[in-house]
Design a binder for this molecule. Structure first.
Ligand code: HEC
Length: 253
């Protein structure tokens, strides 16, 4: 059947194995750094450690901690109202300071705790006015379009290159059906597109934040499978005497 010379990870020569291994180690490290970087840069976006959907929403849809109101309530105005009332004000700011909540919930709080100063003291915003409150409750709307464009193209080009080589190495692996292997090789590219598309969609609507999470997890898992399988087949299998004579780059029919 198969009269082509063997070509697979278990029978590669030492130099090409060291090339592949060096690349895999650096890419593995890079993926872990990327994970750490995501935790540090986005993980605290909602004020709590650990990456959550809220972090993604604040990062792409808007950093709702960006309003003056919230900053002051964590800062110099910290002692002006009980925590419960501060939470209500902060949530209102994060929700975009909707007018409907002004009279029933927000105004009573500012009346009780804030306007004694914030309507009498010159130079301070007048908290009897919804428009003044909305101005200081204004929040940023997430990443600027120019930032998104820049990050998108860097990610698409950069990560496509990484997955190209990771997939190329993995294509030499033995033991899985061709369609399974093809799927695992294709998945990172598909999830990469989902991930990047989800950034843009999350910018518009927070409900897409899940796709950012799913996309990121999807291609990390696929990458981990390929990296570990490749290392295992290059080093452990030959060491155990499990050397295959399959030619992984030719169809066998
Ligand atoms: C005892 C008087 C007093 C009370 C009560 C008070 N503030 Fe203030 N507030 C000030 C002063 C003085 C400043 C300016 C100095 C500063 O920024 O810390 C200020 C500044 C602010 C600012 C920044 C305004 C701006 O335009 O930069 C915000 C926001 C704010 N206060 C919110 C509140 C809220 C919300 C409450 C009620 C829970 C409140 N303050 C209660 C005295 C007060």
């Amino acid at each position: 059947m198969n009269n082509t010379p063997p070509l697979n990870l278990t029978c590669l020569s030492m130099p090409i194995k060291s090339l592949f291994t060096g690349f895999i180690l650096v890419v593995g490290l890079g993926l872990m750094m990327a994970g750490a970087q995501i935790l540090f840069s986005h993980g605290m976006a909602d004020g709590k450690p650990g990456l959550s959907i809220d972090d993604i929403v604040y990062s792409y849809h808007g950093n709702r901690t960006g309003s003056t109101l919230e900053a002051k309530l964590h800062g110099s105005m910290k002692d002006m109202a009980p925590n419960e009332q501060k939470r209500v004000l902060i949530k209102w700011a994060r929700d975009g300071a909707p007018q409907e909540q002004w009279a029933p919930t927000i105004q009573p709080i500012t009346q009780q705790y804030c306007v004694a100063c914030h309507s009498t003291m010159p130079g301070l915003a007048d908290f009897n006015k919804l428009s003044e409150m909305q101005r200081i409750a204004e929040v940023d709307t997430g990443k600027a379009l120019s930032t998104l464009t820049r990050l998108s193209h860097i990610h698409l080009f950069g990560i496509a290159f990484i997955f190209f080589f990771v997939g190329l190495i993995f294509s030499l692996s033995v033991g899985s059906k061709p369609w399974v292997k093809g799927l695992i090789i294709f998945i990172p590219f598909a999830f990469l597109i989902i991930d990047i598309a989800a950034w843009w969609l999350t910018k518009v609507s927070p409900s897409f934040a899940w796709f950012v999470m799913i996309g990121g997890i999807g291609y990390s898992v696929a990458a981990a499978i390929m990296l570990f399988t490749s290392l295992y087949q290059m080093w452990i299998m030959p060491w155990r005497g499990q050397v295959s004579d399959q030619n992984t780059w030719f169809s066998e029919e």
